[in-house]
Design a protein around this ligand. Structure first.
Ligand SMILES: NC(=O)c1ccc[n+]([C@@H]2O[C@H](COP(=O)([O-])OP(=O)(O)OC[C@H]3O[C@@H](n4cnc5c(N)ncnc54)[C@H](OP(=O)(O)O)[C@@H]3O)[C@@H](O)[C@H]2O)c1
Length: 153
């Protein structure tokens, strides 16, 4: 599915409903970096909106659409794939390696995703659904031209 398209997400949820009737784990992994290496003052707003549409609004759309299926499972889990670059503490610390990475759209989208994670966690805790964010670390994938020092494994 395309997480920027509600109709695509709803079709996927309908498919899982028909085939399985429930969903045990939802991993919101889809993410894009947007154009990298641009000063915040020069990053185009439409690029920032594009990054948020996948990294933030996509996770919200998918979580809301699949919630009935997660509730049907009992004890389901939602995982948001965030990033250390969304940590306000780390990117504000001149001694942290991430301090030099100042990507307006991407970094702030992951900070927002962390807040989205907490919002869903607060609502769903009493319904037996855990909601957490994870950080894979700097990992060699298509995302960064395989420059990451961690392997996918
Ligand atoms: N690699 C790192 O160092 C690193 C570090 C911290 C966090 N992360 C996070 O880890 C997650 C996975 O990234 P990755 O490193 O595995 O990058 P990747 O290899 O580029 O994979 C990104 C995945 O997101 C999918 N995607 C992008 N836009 C989508 C959309 N609109 N709808 C549905 N799927 C979409 C892509 O699908 P297609 O292949 O079909 O385009 C691809 O499967 C991301 O959220 C990223 O922010 C990565």
């Amino acid at each position: 599915m395309d997480v920027t398209q509600l109709s695509s997400i709803q079709a996927a949820a309908q498919y899982v409903l028909k085939e399985e009737g429930q969903l045990d784990i939802l991993i919101n992994n889809a993410g894009i970096s947007g154009v990298q290496g641009t000063h915040p003052s020069e990053q185009r707003i439409d690029e920032v909106i594009t990054v948020y549409d996948t990294n933030v609004f996509g996770a919200i759309r998918v979580t809301q659409a699949f919630l009935p299926l997660l509730k049907a499972a009992g004890g389901a889990k939602i995982i948001m794939v965030s990033s250390g670059l969304g940590s306000l503490e780390w990117v504000s610390d001149p001694n942290h390696p991430y301090f030099k990475v100042n990507e307006l759209g991407y970094n702030s989208s992951k900070t927002a995703l962390n807040a989205v994670t907490i919002a869903f966690a607060r609502q769903l805790k009493n319904q037996g659904i855990s909601v957490n964010a994870v950080d894979p670390g700097y990992t060699a994938t298509d995302f960064n031209g395989h420059s990451g020092y961690r392997s996918v494994a």
